[in-house]
Design a protein around this ligand. Structure first.
Ligand SMILES: [Zn+2]
Length: 232
């Protein structure tokens, strides 16, 4: 049934831009993957990025597309081009401040909803069929996260958990899909506070326990609880 906005289904406020039936454009891909790398701390503000040709090869897109995307990111202030012998394209030293200006709560909420749907689907798809050891990677991340103190490290591990989970439940292609969503989230919404990440980690642990015993409904409840996890 169509609602007043002419959209179908109960998902009022759903932003169909995240479901447009196409992959990200080359420019979106470069943006979200660089944002993801910053979150995962494989590059830091002030670091030089690999050359456009290398990035293009890593992302499976043309060098010219990467160049255009980097140029646009320079104009937005996310990156910084320096000329000369020590030149190149650098992550802006004030990356966090520039990103904060780009936050978009509506688009972020749509992405969160879509990511939740993806994880519920993966859990339903995998429940009861997971080979032994498949959850070892995500489980190790839950333990690391429990021991971590540094806020940036907590965020890195929180993001890596969801990438590893996507890989474990859906394979490499789904991991790439999740990477795209997570990278865009890094640009659209404020990073969760350390106490929220710790609360989410309890949901991660519950999820893995339920998955390991093949209990689909409780596993899905843990995925949903993660989205609203609050420090107690
Ligand atoms: Zn999480």
């Amino acid at each position: 049934m169509a609602n007043a906005a002419g959209k179908f289904g109960p998902y009022t406020g759903w932003d169909t831009r995240v479901l447009a039936g196409r992959g990200p454009t080359g420019t979106e891909l470069v943006r979200s993957r660089i944002a993801l790398r910053v979150r995962l701390r494989s590059v830091s503000p002030g670091d030089r990025l690999p050359d456009a040709g290398v990035l293009g090869e890593e992302l499976g897109i043309s060098e010219i597309t990467v160049r255009r995307a980097l140029e646009a990111m320079c104009q937005d202030g996310l990156l910084d081009r320096r000329r000369g012998r020590a030149g190149g394209t650098f992550v802006a030293t004030d990356w966090d401040a520039v990103v904060a200006v780009m936050h978009d709560a509506d688009e972020a909420a749509s992405l969160d909803a879509f990511h939740l749907l993806l994880e519920c689907g993966l859990v339903a798809h995998a429940a009861g069929e997971l080979p032994d050891g498949r959850l070892d990677g995500p489980r190790a991340l839950v333990e690391e996260l429990d021991l971590a103190d540094d806020p940036a490290r907590l965020l890195e591990l929180e993001t890596r958990f969801h990438l590893d989970l996507a890989q474990a439940l859906g394979g490499a292609g789904i991991r790439e899909f999740a990477a795209d969503l997570l990278g865009r989230q890094c640009l659209l919404e404020p990073a969760p506070a350390p106490a929220v990440v710790r609360a989410r980690n309890r949901c991660h642990a519950d999820l893995l326990d339920e998955l390991a015993r093949g209990a689909m409904d409780p596993a899905i409840r843990a995925v949903k609880a993660h989205q609203h996890a609050e420090p107690n």
